[in-house]
Design a protein around this ligand. Structure first.
Ligand SMILES: *Cc1c(COP(=O)(O)O)cnc(C)c1O
Length: 274
């Protein structure tokens, strides 16, 4: 999206949570010209790789102090806002100017339903609404809410309908149960990994992500393992990389979304690494 709007990105590299101190240090290092060009801070509410939730509170306070837009990318993790067991870890998200949440991830919607929530939708509308003589009848104030006015596409399918229908059918409590189960499965998987001799945790599970290593494996071994399980039709579990002390290591990753995943499934997958 930064490319779309022709904005430069300053990537603040961390080996865990992105915290207020990292941001202060980065801002202090910028030249006055670059400092004057900073207009937004983007934090992640549940990294896709490891489920890490940044210091949303601390970062949001800096954004407020500096008059910067504060965006939280909660594409994957946002679903966990519906899980009381981890909700407190998102403290500060209420200060965001915008939040992305992908219903096609942890809200179980079919592809491709991505959502953005704005603090002040009127700003987004001013930026994104398109006008043309032939659209006036559809875009006038009296036409009501039109999703096309709040993001860059004009013509689009009714992507929100499957989410709305599922919420109407199941109710929010079922979502809470299904999301909590994903978090629980991550804890269960972590215990199995700690109990098995051939694998070990890379870090504590966060949200529904579990990073673990197969002792003695090279990156090629992880690749072969993924392809073997995929080709046989048994499971598609892909490796990723984890960074520690500046070094990247290829590791295995579980990310539990489907509440019907069983403990047997996890046990079976770990057995394919023996
Ligand atoms: C999935 C994900 C994205 C990309 O979302 P799309 O729905 O594929 O556009 C961006 N950020 C995070 C944190 C994600 O998990």
């Amino acid at each position: 999206m930064a490319k779309v709007i022709d904005a430069d990105v300053i990537c603040v590299e961390t080996e865990g949570r992105f915290e207020a101190a990292h941001l202060e240090a980065e801002l202090a290092e910028l030249s006055p010209e670059d400092r004057a060009r900073v207009f937004a801070i983007i934090a992640t509410g549940g990294t896709t790789n490891a489920g890490i939730i940044d210091d949303l509170e601390g970062l949001s306070l800096i954004a407020r102090r500096e008059g910067l837009w504060f965006h939280v990318d909660a594409a994957y993790g946002g679903g966990a806002l519906a899980a009381p067991s981890v909700r407190a870890q998102f403290a500060g998200i209420e200060n965001a100017d915008s939040v992305t949440i992908d219903p096609h991830k942890w809200f179980f919607s079919p592809y491709d339903c991505g959502a953005v929530i704005y603090r002040d939708p009127a700003i987004a509308r001013r930026v994104h609404a398109q006008d043309a003589a032939y659209l006036e009848i559809a875009t006038g104030e009296e036409s009501g809410f039109n999703p096309a006015d709040y993001q860059i596409q004009l013509t689009r399918r009714l992507r929100g309908l499957p989410l709305w229908f599922s919420l109407a059918m199941h109710g929010t409590d079922r979502y809470t149960e299904a999301i909590e189960r994903g978090i629980e499965l991550a804890q269960i998987a972590a215990r199995m990994i700690m109990a098995a001799p051939h694998v070990e945790l890379v870090r504590e599970p966060s949200l529904s992500c579990v990073l673990f290593r197969r002792k003695g494996w090279t990156p090629a071994d992880y690749g072969d393992w993924t392809h073997r399980n995929h080709k046989s039709g048994y499971a598609l579990v892909t490796p990723t990389k984890s960074r520690a002390n500046g070094e990247f290591e290829t590791v295995a990753r579980f990310c539990f979304i489907n509440p019907d995943t069983t403990e047997e499934d996890i046990k079976g997958i770990l057995a394919t690494m023996e």
